[in-house]
Design a protein around this ligand. Structure first.
Ligand SMILES: [Cu+2]
Length: 158
């Protein structure tokens, strides 16, 4: 599944552009003698928001999700189906462990730092900051769903 490198570069430059657009040019107020302008803080503005859909066809859409590393990413997850689904982030090992956990809990979805259960027709948000670049997965571990392929690739780009 190779994507053109140009796409990655474009995404990166857009991201950088978005970051640098946050700072406003310093224009000293002419009508405020003595008042010192507050230093522009480089606070992260709007977090990256990614819309995700969970479907009864046992898919997570989009199947490949690209997110930046080092900044908060908010996944806006909608269950468009009629049965429970979940959105759990982690590498292969974490997915396998969560699968075991779900089976031992009788398949009940629950919320945790890296995953949320989403009831039919509901939209929920999950905000995560990925520390480093890499590739992980998003998976649904409602009984049988993960094995049936209910997963997506999450590419974390520097
Ligand atoms: Cu599911």
């Amino acid at each position: 599944m190779h994507r053109p490198v140009a796409l990655l570069g474009l995404a990166l430059s857009l991201w950088l552009a978005a970051c640098s657009a946050g700072g406003s040019p310093t224009a000293p107020p002419a009508s405020a003698p003595g008042a010192s302008a507050p230093a522009a803080s480089p606070s992260p503005s709007a977090a990256t928001r990614i819309e995700v859909r969970l479907t009864d066809a046992l898919t997570i859409e989009p199947a490949t999700i690209r997110v930046p590393a080092g900044v908060p990413v908010t996944f806006v997850v909608t269950n468009v189906g009629r049965v429970d689904h979940e959105f759990f982030l982690g590498d292969e090992a974490a997915q396998a462990e969560h699968e075991r956990e779900m089976q031992s809990m009788g398949g009940m979805t629950h919320d945790e730092p890296m995953g949320i259960g989403v009831a039919p027709g509901v939209t929920k948000e999950l905000t995560v900051t990925f520390p480093a670049a890499g590739t992980i997965l998003a998976g649904c571990h409602v009984a049988g769903h993960y094995a049936a392929g209910m997963k997506a690739t999450v590419e974390i780009v520097p």
